[in-house]
Design a binder for this molecule. Structure first.
Ligand code: FE2
Length: 369
């Protein structure tokens, strides 16, 4: 996090009755933590900076702590089939279990969330080692996803630090937004208003983001400061099965659909990750005929934008560049967005149709359209 954003977060936390300071981390529950950590490392430029497992006194799970800039993921797999992680993966496939936030006082935040009607995922507990001290309590969110409320002093105390001298960053530095797919969007809009005191930043109705086949509605909930943005999607009526419905069918519940990670130079980041073998969605040539009309004063070289198949958009605040990866597991559930904001505060509304048409081509190939 840059110092400017950090100062703003602190100032905001001082006056907010429910001070979420920033994302702490996302925890993934997967079938093979080692390979998932390697995927994040080798294709997206994360460093493996910590490990927790049988060798460090945790018998039933293995976890890797990976980071890129201020983005931190914990990737956890089970050692035994009866473990909740194994059961979760059997039902949902690999996915995000925990979208965790940093707070100044975890017990206070946890109690306040309960007072406001949140359900307990786990009660606050303290973890301490010579590396740091952490207090964390969890509340239930959409599907089987939870939000940990984390207060941390120092490093992650339960992870044995690791050096990763050969990891090379791809420039990803911050989580820009985390998107949920749910059955009932308004239920969760109300929930984030009630529990976290969030407000709605934007609302996209099905008119705005429908194609011939797919339709969804989306509301973006945020903390009012732009540090935490959580768009929530629900399927809308369409001719055929929408991508949100496909997600809900394959994930078997509501859950995290995509995580947008910010870079200051998406063109260089894309050249880097493409060279590493990361697969991104197919963008047809015709997309750029339309994009050149929609964003005529793009501050970039169109040939380089096209060579990297980058999507472009503009709103009243400025321009944005973005790209979406293919699904990162076998089921059509979770993927990443890579984004560079050049003043734009939106989410690429102008791209949604182009994006959905691209996604539908992939969905059609799987026979799920
Ligand atoms: Fe997004």
């Amino acid at each position: 996090m840059d110092t400017d954003l950090e100062a703003r977060a602190k100032e905001f936390a001082a006056k907010d009755p429910f001070p979420l300071q920033s994302f702490s981390h996302l925890e993934w529950w997967v079938g093979n933590a080692y390979q998932t950590a390697m995927f994040f490392r080798n294709l997206l430029g994360f460093s493996i900076v910590g490990y927790r497992g049988p060798e460090t006194g945790v018998a039933e799970t293995s976890s890797y702590l990976v980071e890129s800039g201020a983005i931190r993921f914990i990737v956890t797999g089970a050692q035994v089939p009866e473990h909740p992680v194994a059961e979760h993966v059997l039902l949902h496939g690999p996915g995000v279990k925990d979208v965790a936030f940093l707070v100044p006082d975890a017990e206070e935040a946890f109690e306040l969330a309960l007072d406001r009607g949140a359900e307990v995922a786990y009660k606050p507990f303290v973890t301490e080692s010579d590396r740091g001290r952490e207090v964390a309590g969890g509340i239930k969110a959409y599907g089987e996803t939870i939000h940990s409320l984390v207060e941390r002093d120092g490093l992650f105390p339960d992870f044995e630090p690791r050096d990763d001298p050969i990891a090379v960053s791809a420039g990803l530095h911050t989580i820009d937004h985390v998107v949920a797919n749910v059955e009932d969007m308004n239920e969760w809009v109300d929930w984030y208003e009630r529990i976290f005191g969030f407000t709605m930043l934007k609302h996209f109705d099905d008119e705005a983001i429908s194609t011939e086949y797919t339709a969804l509605m989306s509301k973006v909930m945020w903390d009012g400061e732009g540090i935490i943005k959580l768009p929530i999607n629900e399927p809308a009526e369409a001719k055929k099965r929408s991508q949100i419905e496909e997600y809900l069918n394959f994930y078997r519940s509501a859950g995290v659909q995509h995580i947008a990670m910010a870079t200051d130079d998406l063109q260089t980041t894309m050249e880097d990750v493409h060279a590493r073998g990361l697969e991104t969605i197919h963008v047809p040539d015709e997309y750029y005929d339309e994009a050149k009309v929609r964003v005529p004063d793009l501050d970039a070289d169109w040939d380089r934008i096209m060579a990297n198949r980058i999507l472009v958009d503009a709103d009243e605040g400025g321009q944005l560049l973005q790209m979406f990866t293919k699904m990162i597991q076998d089921r059509p559930t979770v993927f990443f967005e890579l984004i560079e904001r050049r003043g734009a505060t939106g989410f690429g509304l102008g791209n949604f149709r182009a994006l959905f048409e691209a996604i539908e081509r992939e969905q059609g190939k799987r026979g799920n359209l």
